[in-house]
Ligand binder design. Structure first.
Ligand code: RB5
Length: 140
């Protein structure tokens, strides 16, 4: 199951991503927000990060205006490796080398087509392990 969350700046892109994920056959847990009324992104970052860290969801996707606040908040949760990406190579490499378990996107930074491309890459790219496992084990 894939956990998704957004603030008011990311809610429309998040809704698009939910549709994409369902079309691709993923089970989705949508933690909100559900409208464009102003809200506080750390609430949604924590909800998605807890779902991934606990094992309820295998990966997460968070959307805010830049993706930055979401990543900062999500990375406070033990076991979370959240990465902000705005182009394909970063989305690929953060899976291959960092085993990122949450993808953060900036709805004010990238268009819908790019976001969908990054989501697909993030969910289909495997972690390489080996020396990269040693390195991410040094995070905590
Ligand atoms: C909301 O205006 C904005 O600050 C938020 O979506 C995000 O970009 C924070 O990092």
């Amino acid at each position: 199951m894939i956990a998704v969350g957004a603030d008011h700046a990311g809610v429309f892109l998040k809704n698009d991503i939910v549709k994409l994920l369902e079309k691709e056959g993923y089970e989705v847990k949508d933690f909100g927000t559900y409208s464009d009324e102003s809200c506080d992104y750390p609430i949604y970052a924590k909800a998605v990060a807890d779902a991934v860290a606990s094992g309820l969801c295998e990966k997460g996707i968070l959307v805010c205006g830049t993706g930055i606040g979401m990543s900062m908040a999500a990375n406070k949760v033990k076991g979370i490796r959240a990465a902000v990406c705005s182009e394909a190579k970063s989305a690929e490499m953060t899976r291959r080398h960092n085993d990122a378990n949450i993808l953060c996107l900036g709805a004010r930074m990238i268009d819908e087509k790019t976001a969908e491309e990054l989501v697909k890459i993030f969910l289909s790219t495997e972690f390489e392990g080996g020396k990269h496992l040693r390195r991410i084990s040094m995070f905590s």
